[in-house]
Design a protein around this ligand. Structure first.
Ligand code: BTN
Length: 245
C-alpha cells in the first residue's frame, strides 16, 4: 500500500498506562516518522476529553495513538480535528448506518458513542510541531457501564470484527484526510464535517452556565467553537461550556 502522507510504523503493546503517554515519551526520546502508531490491547489509565478517563474491556477494542506532524499554524488547529473526525467517521460508516460526528469529535452510531478522540498538540511558537492523536473505537465489546450511552460494532451488528483489519482501514482513511489537510483544503473538510455533524440545524435541548435551553447548532467558528442560536442570537461555546441534554 502506498500512502500519500503517512508512514505505517506500528508499535503493538499488550498493556500500557495510556497510548497517548507512550507516544509522548517516544516523541521526546527518539526520531519518529509521521504516522507512527502505538496500539495496545489494554490501557490502565486511558485518558478521555475534559479530564475524564477512558476505560474499555481488554483486547476487544481499538486503542491507539498516532503521531502526526500536520504542519499547521496554531490558529488552524480545528482543521486537524475535522480531518481526524472525518477519517474515523469514514471507517465506521463503511459498516454501520446512522453514524454522525458529535462536536467536536465524538463519533456516534444510532446516537450512541462508538468512538472517542483525544488530540494533544505540541506547540512551537505559532505552529503545531507535532500532534498525538488518541483514538478509541468500541469494536467487540458488548457490555458498557450502566448510564453510559455507548455502543460498538458488535452491539450494532452482532458480529465480531478483526481489529487489525479495521486499523488498516482507519490508517488509509487517516492518510487520505491528512493529505486533504496538508493541501490546505480547509473548506472541503468543513463542508464534509457539516454534512456529518450531529444535530446541525435541528432544534435541540442544551445546558450552559445559565441553565437549560432550546437552541439550534449552526456550525463552528474558525477557532472550532460551537455556534448555537437561541431566539435569533448566536452564542459561541468552548468544549466545557455547553452540553447536550
Ligand atoms: C473521549 O473522551 O471521547 C476521548 C477518548 C480517547 C481515548 C483514546 S484510547 C487511545 C488513546 N489513549 C488514551 O489515553 N486516550 C486515547
Amino acid at each position: 500500500m502506498n500512502y500519500k502522507r503517512l508512514k505505517r510504523h506500528l508499535i503493538q503493546l499488550d498493556t500500557v498506562d495510556s497510548t497517548n503517554n507512550y507516544a509522548a515519551n517516544l516523541l521526546k526520546t527518539s526520531i519518529v516518522a509521521n504516522g507512527t502508531t502505538v496500539m495496545t490491547k489494554r490501557q490502565t489509565a486511558g485518558k478521555g476529553q475534559r479530564g475524564n478517563s477512558w476505560t474499555t474491556e481488554d483486547g476487544k477494542n481499538l486503542i491507539l495513538s498516532i503521531i502526526l506532524f500536520p504542519d499547521l499554524q496554531t490558529k488552524e488547529t480545528i482543521n486537524l480535528t475535522l480531518a481526524i473526525s472525518l477519517a474515523v467517521y469514514k471507517t465506521i460508516s463503511h459498516y454501520l448506518a446512522a453514524v454522525s460526528i458529535k462536536w467536536p469529535n465524538d463519533i456516534l452510531a444510532s446516537e450512541k458513542k462508538i468512538a472517542g478522540i483525544l488530540i494533544e498538540n505540541q506547540l512551537r511558537g505559532d505552529r503545531i510541531s507535532s500532534s498525538i492523536v488518541g483514538i478509541g473505537i468500541n469494536v467487540n465489546q458488548e457490555n458498557f457501564e450502566a448510564g453510559i450511552n455507548a455502543t460498538s460494532f458488535k452491539k450494532e451488528l452482532n458480529q465480531d470484527f478483526n481489529l487489525q483489519d479495521l486499523f488498516s482501514e482507519l490508517f488509509i482513511n487517516l492518510d487520505f484526510y491528512m493529505n486533504l489537510l496538508m493541501e490546505k483544503n480547509f473548506k472541503i473538510l468543513l463542508s464534509r464535517y457539516y454534512e456529518r455533524m450531529y444535530r446541525i440545524n435541528v432544534p435541540s435541548d442544551f445546558e450552559d452556565s445559565s441553565g437549560r435551553f432550546r437552541g439550534t447548532i449552526k456550525g463552528i467558528d474558525e477557532a472550532g467553537k460551537l455556534i448555537v442560536t437561541r431566539e435569533g442570537i448566536s452564542t459561541y461555546y468552548d468544549l466545557k461550556e455547553i452540553k447536550f441534554i
